[in-house]
Ligand binder design. Structure first.
Ligand code: ATP
Ligand code: F6P
Ligand code: MG
Length: 472
């Protein structure tokens, strides 16, 4: 027996042995008599032969898969995929796609696969692209999208639709959706964009519109919680290897050579951590979640000195958000600059730390430091094979969910299964590397770098967070 806990914003279903389903809204919540139609996939030559092609209504995916014999069953999310009945007739659909926030490898692949999914699987013909992010809803003309226009776009980096930060005016956006008669909205973007999607969904619900809103998470930083990872991350880690290799070549070619590579990661150091683990040439990885200091016993300078004496060269990878506290302390005036979306604008930690290392060792030894900043090169490229698969499955899952009447969800991979996650779970916090997790210990064991921390700090509440969601 399961029971539903009514809550205006949340659909929580509970069951025996501590089973919890954090469900997503559905058209029938507000429109119980909404007509349904047989899923056209039933007649699709590719799918009609597949056994159990449709997802069972009761299929859910557990958030935690490491359990003990007496563990409660815990939180689950609704499994993504096609349902027997759909809530849209193909000819009635007017879908739109928008890309928001920073670039990420794979954006064009997701756009392409939403268009292909809607067209091939559900026979939808009317699809619009929103030009230049959220503000494009009210400030620009729309872009016509069809199978022909998206055919080759996955080969290019960036987004054919353009993107932007800021400009989220909920009223104007929903006015535009209403005026144009759009009834499916696909929003591809990071944590900020998903907050924007939640605001749009709330306004649509308030106005009583029959419009579905689905989010597709875009994050090379891997800063979105709950999900295993999203598209672009794998490509970013792979591309970072080229910069790390160059840093290694430079470092090994000079006496006391140091190659320093700055990678993206404003608040979360996943790219730096995985690029380090992938490379094997990195001697030290610095991320925002792991504080460090420069001078004195146990500090970075002492470690550099030791490593140079041992091997004559060194490669350091630093995430852009690492050491910002040190940089701020050293500046006479504090800066609180933000971008148009309200994200803090960071100072260049790579340049700053390069200078500090050079200054520190200037009188002690001959040292050559080469600073490589490949950050934008890493996110402006097309997605690799693994991310292309990721993009395709996310796009198809989003389309299936919307056609099946689900609404107000972000599609995401949870423990290897595609799920529909309510917006509030996606937007409530950021995913970060938890340095008391096994993965950070694996990194420290791989580089053999010190933790740059004192034991009492490691066990303080500030650092012991929930386990990160990277599950490799
Ligand atoms: N709390 C919010 N409410 C409504 N809209 C928001 C909110 N936060 C951000 N947005 C809007 O979402 C869009 C993208 O946000 P942002 O620039 O933070 O990028 P993002 O989606 O987090 O992607 P990334 O940080 O990975 O580049 C912007 O247009 C911004 O105005
Ligand atoms: O310079 P922009 O476009 O604001 O983007 C920089 C940010 O975008 C990201 O790539 C994604 O959030 C961050 O890693 C980075 O800090
Ligand atoms: Mg963001």
């Amino acid at each position: 027996m399961s029971s539903s806990v009514p809550n205006s914003d949340r659909k929580i279903v509970t069951g025996p042995a501590g089973y919890i389903l954090e469900d997503v809204p559905h058209f029938t919540d507000d429109f119980p008599d909404h007509p349904t139609y047989p899923n056209p996939l039933q007649d699709n030559a590719a799918y009609s032969v597949v056994k159990q092609y449709f997802v069972d209504e009761d299929d859910t995916v557990p958030q935690k898969i490491v359990v003990h014999p007496d563990s409660p069953r815990g939180t689950h999310f609704r499994r993504a995929g096609p349902r027997q009945r759909v809530y849209f007739e193909p000819d009635d659909v007017l879908a739109c796609i928008v890309t928001c926030g920073g670039l990420c490898p794979g954006l064009n692949t997701v756009i392409r696969e939403i268009v292909c999914g809607l067209s091939y699987m559900y026979g939808v013909k009317r699809i619009l692209g929103i030009d230049g992010g959220y503000r494009g809803f009210y400030a620009r003309n729309t872009i016509h999208l069809d199978l022909k226009t998206v055919n080759d776009i996955h080969r290019s980096g960036g987004t054919i639709l353009g993107t932007s930060r800021g400009g989220h005016d909920t009223t104007k956006i929903v006015d535009s959706i209403q005026d144009r008669g759009i009834n499916q909205v696909y929003i591809i973007g990071g944590d900020g964009s998903q907050k924007g999607a939640a605001a749009i969904f709330k306004e649509i619900k308030k106005r009583g519109l029959k419009v579905a809103v689905a989010g597709i998470p875009k994050t090379i930083d891997n800063d979105i919680p709950i999900i295993d990872r999203s598209f672009g991350f794998d490509t970013a880690v792979e591309e970072a290897q080229r910069a790390i290799n160059a840093a290694h070549v430079e470092a090994t070619s000079f006496e006391n050579g140091i190659g320093l590579v700055k990678l993206m990661g404003r608040y979360s150091g996943f790219i730096a951590m995985y690029a380090t683990l992938a490379s094997r040439d990195v001697d030290c990885c610095l991320i925002p979640e792991s504080p460090f200091f420069l001078e004195g016993p146990g500090g970075l300078f002492e470690f550099i000195d030791k490593r140079l004496k041992e091997s004559g060269h060194m490669v350091i990878v630093i995430a852009e958000g690492a050491g910002q506290d040190l940089l701020a302390e050293s500046m006479e005036e504090s800066t609180t600059l933000k971008d148009a979306s309200g994200n803090k604008l960071l100072q260049d930690i790579g340049l700053w730390i390069s200078q500090r290392i050079k200054d520190h060792f200037a009188k002690k030894m001959t040292l050559t430091l080469k600073y490589i900043d490949p950050t934008y090169m890493i996110r402006a490229i097309p997605s690799n094979a693994s991310d292309n698969v990721c993009c395709t499955l996310l796009a198809q899952s989003a389309v299936h969910g919307v056609m099946a009447g689900y609404n107000g969800f972000t599609v995401g991979l949870v423990n290897g299964r595609h799920t529909y996650i309510p917006f509030y779970r996606i937007t409530e916090k950021q995913n970060k590397v938890v340095i008391t997790d096994r993965m950070w210990a694996r990194l420290l064991s791989s580089t053999n770098q010190p933790s740059f921390m004192k034991q009492d700090k490691i066990h303080s509440n500030q650092l012991v967070g929930e386990p990160g969601t990277m599950k490799w």
